[in-house]
Design a protein around this ligand. Structure first.
Ligand code: CTP
Length: 436
């Protein structure tokens, strides 16, 4: 990084925030010095902790000279001025940043192993955590590392994906530590507005064109009456807002909604299932990700009346026919690049039904929610969802979160799936869903 790549201090809010910088034993450990300097120029106070292996790559003295603070490697060491350093260190910081993060440290964090100062600090830390992994491409792509990263994401850890390029070992591929200036920018974004999850991620979706369905559909009975459901559009709109904040180009095909769509996204209105299918079929050809968050009516009136139906004292029967399954139709005609994510709203046997929909509709991932739980489902500001993916046997059960934070977790899964080779059709060809 050139020295003028680091933002000058007066260009940034003078945060005076406290960052714990953890340095682990990768070849890129020397770049942590640039990260430290960048954070200092932005007005942060930085203290450094190193793993034993990192000290073989770069001397603690370098960080001591740059930070002006004691560098902790072993909190039992006689020269450590603080006898319970892992507690005080971890609880007096505004951000714990690990750069570079080796495959080993990711594995330890993911499993809660606390066998040295840095891992104990992570477990005792109440501040947000940001990790910048760096490792050999094969190690980065290893299923064990993918699993550990998924676990860390599910635990709320923020990850700066490594860059692709020539590695120290001479191979090409992803695994190289992200540029120090990007790490500094991501850290400052987290420090700047830690209450706003949109600021916790970098622009990791800027290459994506995301199409999202949202809201309820309305199926006409006659000119004044209709069949619909309670969906507000909040979950679909939260996905759109989060995707937009992460750099994606976003189009929403919205049915009937009771809240405003977010700024900066294109909205196409499609009130009925048939109109939604038509709009989606048209838009999806230009999309790289499709997320079906709409509550599409499963039935419509077979012959809607052109005139207002008159009241009588007789029992009245409406004849209903199934609507098209938009999600299954998209995945059945998908192009190679397209990731297809669905939702499963269930009131019983959540995982069984969700797994069945994931397979039957040939999806990359499905977001399952038990609509009977307090704080989940329709017309609520929060959600409680479980994520299932085509390449993962274990579901990820998320806690009760705002719909915006839930949206970010779903998009983290999109980012992960994008870097995982697809085997579409692994579940057989998609069929049109049965109505419910
Ligand atoms: N979906 C769709 N078109 C339909 C029905 C559903 O695109 N006609 C999509 C929803 O947007 C959601 C997923 O399919 O992403 C699952 O919807 P859900 O209502 O949970 O399941 P159904 O397939 O309708 O099955 P059931 O109602 O029997 O649970």
């Amino acid at each position: 990084m050139s020295s003028n790549a680091i933002p000058p201090q007066d260009a940034l809010s003078s945060s005076g925030q406290r960052v714990a910088l953890g340095v682990t034993g990768g070849i890129a450990a020397y770049k942590a010095a640039e990260v430290l300097r960048g954070l200092q120029r932005a007005g942060c106070r930085v203290r450094v902790a190193m793993t034993e292996h990192a000290t073989r790559m770069i001397a603690p003295l370098t960080f001591r000279a740059l930070s002006g603070e004691h560098v902790i490697v072993d909190d039992y060491a006689p020269d450590n001025p603080d006898p319970i350093a892992h507690i005080t260190f971890s609880q007096t910081v505004d951000l714990l940043l690990i750069a570079p993060a080796t495959a080993n440290i990711l594995a330890k964090f993911a499993h809660g192993i606390a066998d040295d100062f840095l891992t104990s600090t992570y477990l005792a830390c109440t501040a947000p955590v940001l990790v910048a992994p760096a490792m050999n491409t094969i190690m980065w792509q290893h299923p064990a590392t993918r699993r550990n990263l998924s676990q860390l994401r599910a635990d709320g850890v923020h990850i700066i994906e490594p860059d692709a390029g020539e590695m120290a070992c001479g191979t090409f591929g992803p695994g190289r530590l992200s540029e120090p200036e990007r790490i500094v920018t991501a850290a400052l974004a987290m420090l700047g507005e830690t209450n706003n999850p949109a600021n916790w991620r970098e622009l990791d979706l800027k290459a994506e064109r995301i199409l999202i369905t949202a809201g309820a559909t309305r199926e006409e009975i006659d000119p004044v009456r209709f069949i619909s459901n309670r969906s507000s559009g909040r979950m679909g709109f939260a996905l759109a807002e989060a995707a937009r904040a992460r750099g994606a180009e976003v189009t929403i095909v919205a049915g009937i909604t009771s809240v405003e769509p977010p700024a900066g996204v294109r909205v196409v209105r499609a009130p009925s299932a048939a109109e939604m299918l038509e709009a989606v079929t048209h838009e999806v050809t230009n999309s790289t990700v499709f997320i079906g968050a709409a509550a599409v009516a499963d039935y419509r009136v077979a012959s809607p009346s052109a005139h207002k139906l008159k009241k009588s004292n007789q029992i009245f029967t409406l004849v209903l026919e199934p609507t098209p399954d938009i999600l299954a139709s998209v995945s059945g005609a998908r192009h190679d690049e397209l990731l297809v994510i669905g939702f499963a709203a269930e009131s019983d046997d959540l995982l069984k039904h969700a797994r069945e929909k994931l397979a039957r509709k040939n999806l990359d991932a499905i977001v399952a929610n038990d609509i009977t739980r307090d704080g989940a489902g329709f017309d609520s500001a929060t959600n409680i969802v479980t994520l299932l993916a085509r390449d993962r046997t274990e579901p990820i059960a998320l806690p009760k979160l705002s719909k915006l934070e839930t949206a970010h977790r779903i998009l983290d899964e999109v980012v992960r799936l994008r870097s995982t080779p697809a085997e579409h059709g692994a579940f057989g060809s998609a069929k049109t869903s049965h109505p419910a």
